[in-house]
Design a protein around this ligand. Structure first.
Ligand code: HEC
Length: 166
């Protein structure tokens, strides 16, 4: 019985390898955040090593990301991450959303929610030092300050349908 179950599992795993989710590699940066706001090279490095795999249009896939069920799980993180926030699509967001997402960046980094723990477990280079976290948060706050100085307060209010569910 156990042998049959194991065999069935192996067969399922083999079949699962045939499912190949599309990869996030369009590399489209036409609406990148840097087309609107400057980003220092050091912040670029932090974003590249700790955030870009899930929040850009170009994921760097490790070899094991082609193996199911990991491929599915990783693909899901990328899809979900990008849907919430994408550095490469940022310039297409309304100003209120830009402001709100940058606030989220600060919050997520401060609370240690981002980068995802399952990611830093393997990608050790993505474990940010306190200095790196501060650099990233200061950069985001700097943009929020300039947005606040340049737009009327009511344009920064998040409208009902897109308001965060918290
Ligand atoms: C392994 C993938 C992954 C990495 C790496 C990652 N994120 Fe995320 N991120 C997600 C996922 C998935 C979500 C959506 C679900 C959630 O909030 O947990 C998300 C959500 C977010 C949100 C949106 C929160 C909201 O409610 O709008 C922000 C902002 C964010 N991440 C910032 C970052 C920053 C900044 C980094 C780098 C320091 C980073 N993330 C690294 C996967 C990732």
């Amino acid at each position: 019985m156990i042998k049959k179950i194991l065999l069935a599992l192996v067969v399922l795993l083999v079949i699962a390898q045939l499912v190949r989710p599309t990869k996030n590699n369009s590399g489209d940066v036409q609406k990148d955040i840097t087309t609107l706001y400057p980003m220092s090279d050091s912040v670029k490095l932090i974003v590249a090593k700790a955030c870009a795999d899930c929040h850009s249009n170009n994921t760097n896939y490790p070899w094991y990301a082609s193996i199911q069920p990991l491929a599915y799980w990783i693909g899901d993180h990328v899809k979900d991450g990008k849907r919430h926030f994408n550095f490469n699509d940022f310039a297409g967001y309304r100003i209120a959303k830009q402001n709100h997402k940058l606030e989220e960046v600060i919050e997520q980094v401060k609370e240690g929610e981002m980068p995802l723990y399952s990611y830093t477990l393997i990608h050790k280079e993505a474990r940010l030092t306190d200095t790196e976290k501060t650099m990233l948060m200061d950069w985001a706050q700097g943009i929020r300050d300039s947005i606040k100085a340049n737009y009327p307060a009511d344009s920064l209010v998040m409208k009902k349908p897109t308001a965060p569910k918290k």
